[in-house]
Design a protein around this ligand. Structure first.
Ligand SMILES: Cc1ncc(COP(=O)(O)O)c(C=O)c1O
Length: 488
């Protein structure tokens, strides 16, 4: 007899993915400047550690709140007692106002339509539970956040069918890819319950275009039994143009009035996921939310939220913090500035190694193109390179295959979960490694029998990029271009 239930032991959790294996390797040998300078640097964790000083200075100025006092009196007992699963009203109001502020107040959110959850992980699973039967499917554009295999599939039995996006158009969703995914699901006899996207994208670090968002709305307008879930957990991390467009703005732009029959069809089937894990850098606080204009979905998700409530002291603290409009305004601005600066530093570091990445404007990571470093255009070669980077270079990054990317050689690399010094060290390690590989390739070619002039792997890689897919390379400030021209 088996000890564990089939649900607990089934492998749809995805824990064998290189995404989680990389974390395990990091845990065994974590880099520490003083204690373990040769250790692995964690670049596989999308954490935002760049704005803690702003949060800490707010806490220092608001010690009453952090000490669970109101008007100088302790409210410990009030907070310690059980609160119902509807959440604290002042916190829900502060959350929806914060969400609106991130969207430039172009849209507003009703606090009665928000369901609090223990992070977006719980929010995404709750929505799956509420909207789909076991064996139903959601369509997700690739590459996608590796945690979705666990969050969407594992306990609910829901299937993910990929919408195959490729580097040929910077991984944007096309109508043909969307329809193809729908067809693929039908061939597998799966009932499709909707589409789930992350905007801005994890792992791409890009915001979705108006065209893509309209395409998705058109799709669920035609397919009236489908939902559209927009995971907007990175909405406050957008640091460059083009700006962020929430799916809610598109609904508003299309002028659907909530009480018209057209609107009832669409508004009722669009749901937004949010969390404070990324924008505020508080994944340990476990604060997430589902926003929906559909009363039935809100009621069902609220019942479900018993399984992952946000503690009352967290709600109390954050209702005061997010209720401080001067703080939120300053925080969002400064956080974006820090991310922009860090992103630039990372890109320049990569350029020095001869590596490019998808042009991005958001998130805590870049989608890095190492196709030219592969020994062959296969996922085996991607794993081979990944192992070298984890074990020899001692950097934990996430292979594209763990994000279900269809092209070998892409990696998600995080840049906001470490100090500048650590990032510099990581780039130094990478530079040495790339020089070794390209040097080895070079001498192999020079000592070979071929008499044709050969360029190093990475240079020909760049030539390809220049001639072929110009837009996939980082061309900002044109520094990359002048540098590349010189090198070539
Ligand atoms: C797209 C996306 N959704 C959800 C999550 C889960 O976040 P949380 O910490 O709020 O559960 C993550 C975390 O990396 C994410 O990237």
């Amino acid at each position: 007899m088996r000890l564990l239930s089939s649900k607990a032991s089934c492998n749809t959790h995805g824990q064998d993915s290189s995404y989680f294996l990389g974390w395990e390797e990091y845990e065994k040998n974590p880099y520490d400047e003083a204690m373990n300078p040769e250790g692995i640097i964690q670049m596989g964790l999308a954490e935002n550690q760049l704005s803690f000083d702003i949060l800490e200075s707010w806490l220092a100025k608001n010690q009453d709140v952090a000490g669970f006092k109101r008007d100088g009196k302790s409210i410990f007992r009030e907070l310690a007692l059980f609160q119902d699963y509807h959440g604290i009203p002042s916190f829900k109001k502060a959350m929806v106002d914060f969400m609106a502020e991130i969207r430039g107040n172009k849209v507003t959110f009703d606090p009665n339509h928000i369901v609090l959850t223990a992070g977006s992980t719980s929010a995404n699973e709750t929505l799956m539970f509420c909207l789909a039967e076991q064996g139903d499917a959601f369509l997700l554009p690739t590459p996608y956040y590796p945690g979705f295999d666990r969050d969407l599939k594992w306990r609910t039995g829901v299937e993910i069918v990929p919408i195959q996006c490729t580097s040929s158009n910077n991984f944007q969703i096309t109508e043909s890819a969307l329809l193809q995914a729908h067809e693929d699901a039908k061939k597998r006899n799966l009932r499709v319950k909707g589409v789930l996207v992350t905007n801005p994208s994890n792992p791409l670090g890009t915001t979705m275009s108006r065209n893509e968002l309209n395409l998705l709305i058109d799709f669920i307008k035609v397919n009236k039994d489908m939902h559209l879930i927009s995971d907007e957990i990175y909405s406050g991390t957008v640091f460059s143009s083009p700006g962020f467009i929430s799916i809610m703005e598109i609904l508003k732009e299309r002028n659907y009035l909530k009480d018209s029959s057209d609107a009832a069809q669409v508004w009722n089937r669009v749901h937004v996921i949010y969390s404070l894990s990324k924008d505020l850098g508080l994944p340990g606080f476990r604060v997430g939310a589902i926003y929906s204009d559909n009363d039935e979905v809100v009621a069902a998700a609220t019942k479900m939220s018993s399984f992952g409530l946000v503690s009352s002291q967290t709600q109390y603290l954050l209702s005061a913090m997010l209720g401080d409009k001067k703080f939120t305004k300053n925080y969002l601005l400064e956080n974006q500035k820090s991310l922009k600066r860090r992103h630039r530093m990372f890109i320049y570091g990569l350029q020095k190694t001869g590596i490019s990445c998808l042009k991005s404007n958001a998130g805590l990571f870049c989608w890095v193109d190492m196709r030219h470093l592969l020994s062959s255009n296969t996922f085996e070669a991607e794993m081979e390179l990944w192992k070298k980077i984890v074990y020899q270079v001692k950097l934990n990054i996430s292979p594209g295959s763990s994000c279900h990317c269809t092209e070998p050689g892409w990696f998600r690399v995080c840049f906001a979960n470490m100090s500048e010094d650590t990032l510099n060290l990581a780039m130094k390690r990478l530079t040495t490694f790339v020089a070794t590989i390209t040097g080895a390739n070079e001498s192999k070619k020079n000592s070979g029998t071929s008499r044709t002039m050969s360029l190093p792997n990475w240079v020909s890689g760049y030539l390809l990029v220049i001639i072929g897919t110009r837009r996939t390379i980082i061309s900002r400030d044109d520094i990359a271009w002048s540098w590349l021209v010189c090198e070539v």
